[in-house]
Design a protein around this ligand. Structure first.
Ligand code: SAM
Length: 278
């Protein structure tokens, strides 16, 4: 009898682990603010790639756009569709898909492709750039939000600290953080046929707002955010779980700007990339 071997896609497994919706609730305000800057209007065809449970997809749909959210994680797609149903947003739909392929999506079918801390986590970054350009109509735009390696603010620091507790990635692995380096972004879109002058950059800020202590927010990351869960698993195997916890707690506490103990408000800098599809 032939055994059926199920291949695990580590990228999918990472994001289906835990429950990213628990982290996403602290990011809603910035998601809405960002969408308000995108010139979204009724009927605009929007693809939100690596959309999670819709932090940016829902605000775009509330403005009347026709929105498709694509994400690799089945649980997040289900959560997004639940949120869309609850709000009665018939112009918003979520489906499973991989940003490196987008095989289900037709060429030139979107006016705006948005990917906020989403497509940056897909493997094969050149394929991702190619896929995003392919599905954008001529004259359309791509807007990405990417965390920046070495940045002193929250998310880059969580990922830096976590990396110090996890085994090195396999050979050939390209760090998602390279999407936060302008020269890499230019090279990836150039290979997809977009000239450098059509790619622009700015630094922007996302806020994590949480109604609890900084330490409680560390717990949320530990229990529900795939990359941090993996870091804790590896650290605990080495007997270093408490060290990781202490480092993250110190980070979250020093970055909390709320001036209060019971509420946490932390800014995180990101690279905002805008690509004009000529
Ligand atoms: C940090 S979360 C951001 C989610 C959402 N954009 C937001 O702002 O809340 C990263 C998202 O990218 C998704 N993702 C990771 N790799 C992906 C891939 N290859 N294709 C599509 N989505 C992917 C994850 O499942 C997750 O929802």
């Amino acid at each position: 009898m032939n055994a059926i071997v199920q291949q695990v896609n580590p990228n999918k497994a990472l994001w289906e682990k835990g429950d990213f919706t628990r982290i996403a609730v602290s990011m809603r305000e910035s998601g809405e603010a960002l969408v308000r800057t995108l010139g979204v209007e009724r009927g605009l065809k929007v693809l939100d790639l690596g959309c999670g449970d819709g932090t940016t997809a829902l605000p775009a749909a509330r403005l009347g756009a026709e929105v498709l959210g694509v994400d690799i994680a089945r649980n997040l797609v289900e959560a997004g569709n639940r949120r869309a149903r609850l709000e009665g947003l018939g112009n918003l739909r979520f489906q499973e898909g991989d940003a490196s392929e987008l095989t289900d999506l037709k060429d030139q079918s979107f006016d705006l492709v948005v990917s906020i801390f989403g497509a940056m986590f897909a493997p094969k970054p050149f394929d991702v750039a190619q896929a995003m350009v392919r599905v954008t109509r001529p004259g359309g735009r791509i807007v990405m939000g990417n965390w920046i390696p070495g940045d002193p603010t929250l998310v880059a620091q969580i990922l830096r600290i976590s990396a110090a507790y996890t085994p090195p990635p396999p050979p050939g692995f390209i760090s998602p953080m390279t999407w936060g380096i302008e020269s890499h972004v230019i090279e990836r879109f150039a290979r997809a046929g977009v000239p450098q002058q059509n790619v622009s950059f700015m630094r922007d800020t996302y806020w994590f707002r949480f109604s609890g202590t900084a330490s409680h927010l560390v717990d949320e990351f530990r229990r529900y955010y795939g990359p941090t869960m993996n870091a804790f698993e590896a650290a605990e195997k080495d007997g270093r779980g408490q060290d990781l916890r202490n480092e993250l707690e110190a980070l979250f506490e020093t970055q909390n700007t709320s001036g209060r103990k019971d509420v946490t408000s932390i800014p995180a800098t990101f690279l905002r990339v805008t690509v004009a599809r000529g």
